[in-house]
Design a protein around this ligand. Sequence first.
Ligand SMILES: [Zn+2]
Length: 161
Amino acid sequence: MKRKRKKINNNKGASFFKEYNFEITVLLMFFLGVFLLIENMEISETLFYLVKAIIFFFADFIKMIRDSIYTTLNWLELSDLVGVILILFASYLVSIRIRIRLLTRYPKIYECQNCNSKSKLKRIQKRLKHRIIHFVLRLRVYNYQCDTCYTKQLIILTKKR
Ligand SMILES: [Zn+2]
């Protein structure tokens, strides 16, 4: 009998918070509201300065970019501009040639081209020049090594669309 009563008491203690959960929450919200009202002025002022600073920062940033474009355009004369365009176009054409040459020279292979063994090609780490090819020419570069004769083989593929 005693044990049972204790259990009931415990349940009552736990149910106190359950029952007044709403009141406690409302009270906390009330005090938070009062606190915010008192602090309101300072908070809004700080927020205002923060937003202002962010907007001014972006405005300055955009102005800086615009000014630098203007200066660059003023600095470049028309002949210079034509020269730059020609150089860019020429390098673009050269890059296309290099791409095609690399793609035909290093096609997708599954077996070693040196010893013609059936052993599997193992992927090894890329070197810096491979990373440059990957980055500049937008090509997928894989470096493989034969398990039998240790000949290194490069496979270059176009990027997946
Ligand atoms: Zn081999």
